[in-house]
Write a new protein. Structure first.
Length: 112
C-alpha cells in the first residue's frame, strides 16, 4: 500500500468554492483502479494549504494509472482554477495508522 500526498495551495479568497469543486470531482478519483480512500485536510497555520492524502493499492495504480487517465485530466481541470501555485505531489510507503496502548506509551513511574 502506498500513499500519495498532494500539497494543494489554494487562493485564500477561493477556499469555499474549492471545497465545493473538490466534492464535485471526487467521484472521478474514487472510481480509479487501486483507489483505497482519501483525506482532504485544510492547514491550520496556513488555511490556504490543503493536504490531499490518497491511499493506493500500488504506485502504478496512481502513476501511470490514474494520472494518465481522462478522469485525472477532468479531476485536475476542475481544481486548477483554485490553485495559487503548482501543487506538490509525492508518495510514501506504509501501512495504516496504528494506535499505541497508553501503558506502552508512557513511562512506568515505578520502573525508575
Amino acid at each position: 500500500m502506498i500513499y500519495e500526498i498532494a500539497l494543494l495551495p489554494v487562493h485564500q479568497d477561493r477556499i469555499e468554492t474549492f471545497r465545493r469543486a473538490f466534492a464535485d470531482v471526487t467521484p472521478l478519483l474514487s472510481r480509479a483502479k487501486g483507489y483505497g480512500g482519501h483525506l482532504l485536510a485544510q492547514g491550520i497555520e496556513n488555511p490556504g494549504q490543503f493536504n490531499l492524502i490518497v491511499r493506493w493499492a500500488s504506485l502504478e495504480d496512481h502513476t501511470p494509472g490514474f494520472e494518465a487517465s481522462e478522469d485525472h485530466r477532468l479531476f485536475m481541470r476542475g481544481l486548477e482554477p483554485y490553485f495559487s501555485e503548482e501543487p506538490t505531489v509525492y508518495h510514501i510507503e506504509g501501512a495504516a495508522f496504528t494506535a499505541v496502548e497508553q501503558e506502552d506509551f508512557f513511562f512506568n513511574a515505578d520502573a525508575h
